[in-house]
Write a protein that binds this ligand. Structure first.
Ligand SMILES: C[S@@+](CC[C@H](N)C(=O)[O-])C[C@H]1O[C@@H](n2cnc3c(N)ncnc32)[C@H](O)[C@@H]1O
Length: 292
């Protein structure tokens, strides 16, 4: 896969007019199932109307974290709080953000990726936070679709028949990990339950939320923790003082839950990894900022 690394250095006001362009720098160390890189131009539109550096973005279902990372790297908010329940994913964020980024970056650079070495790294992964973080990165790169759920299997053919090495880019990963570590004064990570963190911050007027939970339907095979109380999440969103943006699979259930709370919905086209067009829902109190 060819990565395009572009950085938008224009001032904030000028950037307001630049939307819907395919200049989304890949900043995450993960290739994340259900990842929202494709939605970033829309998320920039939303963040740009939020009052910028006075706001803290809370991401209760962080996964690969591209939304939080973009917000921090592009100075769209002052601070982010990322929350994730999956122990392996959390270990990666903890290792990068709690002073061990260089160790992780070096371990990736020095790893000789073979099926045997990958299997060994994964099997010995519960011994320490470091080993769990490293094994999670390996799994995410060698498993089909980057899936970390327990039943996931290795890539078979991969790109150009390269098998498990077809998504292994050690230098790119090293650069991304070290770049994130440099920003860690603006990033707080919490291993835990996104619901609880939203509850705790619900009264805050300076907090905003990007809420991207596991899909109602397709989530089950993608994540270790894929079942959540969707009705409860909509009720919780309604209690938040700060603005929020939710992303959901477009089906009758999510539409009904949104309607029940009086939220606005808009369907957005996306291309999935097989380049088939699919619709997702954006949900919020007011989506009038959404340019087409
Ligand atoms: C759709 S993914 C998020 C993808 C992310 N927006 C991205 O771009 O990479 C949903 C995430 O929620 C996590 N999750 C599930 N239940 C959770 C909970 N109760 N609290 C926090 N995270 C949870 C899953 O492990 C998964 O990583």
């Amino acid at each position: 896969m060819h990565q395009i690394e572009l950085f938008d250095t224009k001032p904030l006001q000028e950037r307001q007019h630049i939307v819907n362009v395919a200049t989304v720098p890949q900043r995450s160390p993960f290739r994340y199932p259900g990842g929202k890189t494709w939605l970033i131009p829309r998320i920039r539109q939303w963040l740009l109307k939020q009052g910028g550096l006075n706001k803290e973005l809370i991401e209760p279902f962080t996964g690969g974290g591209i939304v939080s990372l973009t917000a921090v790297f592009e100075d769209l908010v002052g601070q982010v709080t990322m929350v994730e329940k999956d122990e392996g994913v959390a270990a990666v964020w903890q290792t990068i953000l709690e002073d061990d980024a260089e160790w992780l970056a070096d371990a990736i650079r020095n790893f000789h990726l073979t099926p045997e070495n990958a299997r060994r790294a994964i099997e010995t992964s519960d011994q320490s936070l470091r080993s769990l973080a490293f094994a999670t990165i390996v799994k995410n790169r060698v498993n089909r679709g980057g899936i970390l759920a327990d039943a996931a299997s290795f890539i078979r053919q991969g790109e150009n028949g390269k098998g498990i090495t077809s998504r292994w880019y050690p230098e790119t990963l090293q650069k991304r990990i070290l770049a994130i570590a440099k920003m860690r004064h603006k990033i707080k990570f919490i291993k835990g339950d996104g619901f609880e963190i939203c509850e705790q911050n619900a009264h805050r007027k300076d907090a905003i939320y990007f809420i991207d939970p596991p899909y109602i339907n397709a989530g089950r095979r993608l994540y270790r923790y894929s079942i959540i109380n969707h009705k409860g999440l909509f009720e919780l969103a309604n209690k938040l003082e700060g603005d929020f943006l939710m992303s959901y699979d477009n089906n009758q259930e999510s539409q009904a839950l949104a309607a029940h709370q009086g939220f606005t919905i808009k369907s957005i086209s996306m291309k999935n990894t097989h380049h088939a067009e699919k619709k997702e829902l954006l949900i919020g109190r007011d989506l009038s900022w959404l340019l087409q």
